[in-house]
Design a protein around this ligand. Structure first.
Ligand code: DHB
Ligand code: FE
Length: 285
């Protein structure tokens, strides 16, 4: 039996990683964002899981647009950091956990989720920036092996929020049935409100984001009932990335304890949000 000990939701804006890589986190424009991460990072450093699952989207960097899987899972031993056009970020490649991946794959298939399998995968900012938010100074390696779950949020029709939440619930059952690990951390990534192109480029909606931060904790079913059009209208064309937070939340208990939450506008063109939840009945300090 394995246990999800925490869930971390965070935006994945590429320039957050770039600011860290260039030692700019203390600059006036960046310091409020990074100060907001502090309490979550301190708590996460004290609560290291045996393995993590990172729910993310690729942005046509690791996989081109010829093939767009709705839901996919990585089964590799290692995932290379993708070159997105400016060279690879100076952060470690990601160690995987093939045994855990195959367990999740079998269990999710039997539970009705027909996942695409990546035996090889380069991971882009959608993956590495959340890792950097979690662990700013990884040294030679990230804190534990990480299994990627990829969700299509970039090409219509994206999966519904309800389907993402259901995938998370199935993931929770699959994790609970795994004998091989003890503790698991799960990351739901992307968002919050942003739109990068078109007539509404630069669109941010703090009211919607704050509603989402409240409901992801207390009433995820309400968010699972939103349509993709609701997400795009209220959170912008790329704000639909928020459906990935529902995969994370679905894998957690009905009641969770909030450890920390932060919200900062703007990081680049995006409202950057973070929410960290302890999933244990007896919360940890
Ligand atoms: C930005 C945000 C994203 O989610 C992304 O994938 C790329 C860029 C931005 O705000 O610059
Ligand atoms: Fe994105």
């Amino acid at each position: 039996m394995s246990e999800v000990i925490w869930g971390l939701a965070t935006s994945h804006v590429p320039s957050i990683g770039a600011a860290m890589d260039r030692d700019m986190t203390g600059d006036p424009v960046w310091s409020p964002l990074f100060e907001g991460y502090g309490p979550a990072r301190e708590w996460l450093a004290r609560n290291k899981p045996d393995v993590a699952i990172l729910v993310y989207n690729d942005h046509a960097n690791g996989v081109d647009m010829d093939i767009v899987p709705t839901f996919a899972l990585g089964t590799a031993e290692r995932y290379r950091v993708a070159d997105e056009g400016f060279g690879r970020r100076p952060v470690p490649d990601v160690e995987g956990d093939p045994d855990f991946s195959f367990h999740l794959l079998r269990h999710l298939m039997d539970d009705g989720f027909d996942l695409t399998v990546f035996q090889e995968l380069d991971v882009d900012h959608g993956f590495t920036v959340p890792l950097s938010v979690w662990t700013p100074e990884p040294g030679d390696a990230w804190p534990c092996p990480v299994v990627p779950i990829m969700v299509n949020v970039i090409q219509y029709p994206q999966p519904t929020a309800a389907r993402c939440y259901a995938l998370g619930q199935a993931l929770g059952r699959a994790i609970a049935a795994y004998e091989g690990a003890g503790t698991v951390g799960i990351l739901g990534t992307g968002g919050m409100s942003h739109q990068l192109a078109g007539a509404r480029a630069g669109f941010i909606n703090p009211e919607f984001d704050h509603m989402f931060l409240d409901a992801i904790e207390e009433d995820p079913e309400k968010l699972a009932a939103l349509t993709r059009e609701d997400f795009i209208r209220e959170a912008g064309a790329e704000g639909i990335e928020l459906i990935m937070w529902l995969v994370m939340r679905g894998a957690m208990n009905e009641r969770v304890r909030r450890v920390h939450r932060a919200y900062h506008v703007p990081a680049s063109n995006t409202a950057a949000g973070l929410a960290l939840f302890d999933n244990r009945p007896e919360p940890s300090a």
